[in-house]
Ligand binder design. Structure first.
Ligand code: AP5
Ligand code: MG
Length: 201
């Protein structure tokens, strides 16, 4: 079993590279952004609350977000027990501590954190393009600016947190999607003992 966190600024390619990681390591994908957008689309109570934060580029409060993640993990035990890629969670130190507890309660842990590192101008351009192509509601210039601000103040400190835990794999996140995935795969295969063991099976 392998649990990976994919980490990075808005637009850094977390969702895109999750698809590759799922295929390579057979993991279950949990994107908290997608979970929340699904609730918004269905007009649930959680969706209404989430929309009031997402539309302003703010984070959903930690206590609510932690309960949502725990619920998602419990709702799909047979899928999540085989290993998860966490995309968009944790986003604060408090969420990282909660994830550590959630994993320990399930007799497992976060094995690695893949941090996609991309230049800010490129991030903005990618999100502006996606906004035009898909109409994603928070891909407007004003909200993108706010999301990046929130990322720097609340989420980026997690990089040091996971470096100190010896779990951080910093990856240059610009270039072709396949090239970036090659860098991720090389780093994980070389530095995560559980992956070497999986490969040897
Ligand atoms: P979330 O959905 O997680 O959004 P995000 O972090 O802002 O990231 P994105 O989904 O925009 O980007 P991505 O890194 O997945 O990149 P992608 O692969 O799509 O969260 C949305 C909101 O929900 C938050 O703002 C917050 O309000 C709330 N939320 C979610 N989780 C939360 C939590 N834990 N706590 C509190 N609140 C939470 O790529 C981006 C674009 O670039 C795509 O169009 C893609 O095709 C393109 N692209 C990807 N790779 C490349 C490449 N190599 N070259 C060129 N283009 C590329
Ligand atoms: Mg995403």
């Amino acid at each position: 079993m392998l649990n990976i966190v994919i980490f990075g600024a808005p637009g850094s390619g977390k969702g895109t590279q999750s698809d590759n990681l799922i295929e390579e390591y057979g993991l279950h994908h949990i994107s908290t952004g997608e979970v929340l957008r699904d609730h918004i689309a269905r007009g649930t109570e959680l969706g209404k609350i989430a929309d009031s934060y997402i539309s302003k580029g703010q984070l959903i409060p930690d206590d609510l977000m932690i309960r949502v993640l725990e619920h998602v993990l419990d709702a799909n035990p047979e899928k999540t027990e085989a290993g998860v890629i966490f995309d968009g969670f944790p986003r604060t130190i408090e969420q990282a501590k909660a994830l550590k507890e959630m994993m320990a309660k399930r007799n497992t842990k976060v094995h690695a954190v893949v941090g996609l590192e991309v230049d800010e101008d490129e991030l903005i351009q990618r999100m502006i393009n996606r906004g035009k192509q898909t109409g994603r509601a928070d891909d407007t210039p004003e909200t993108i600016k706010q999301r990046l601000k929130v990322y720097h103040s609340q989420t980026q400190p997690l990089r040091d947190y996971y470096i100190s835990e010896g779990k951080y794999h910093g990856i240059e996140g610009s270039g072709k999607v396949e090239e970036i995935f090659d860098r991720i795969r090389t780093s994980l295969n070389e530095r995560v003992p559980e992956i070497a063991a999986m490969k040897a099976e």
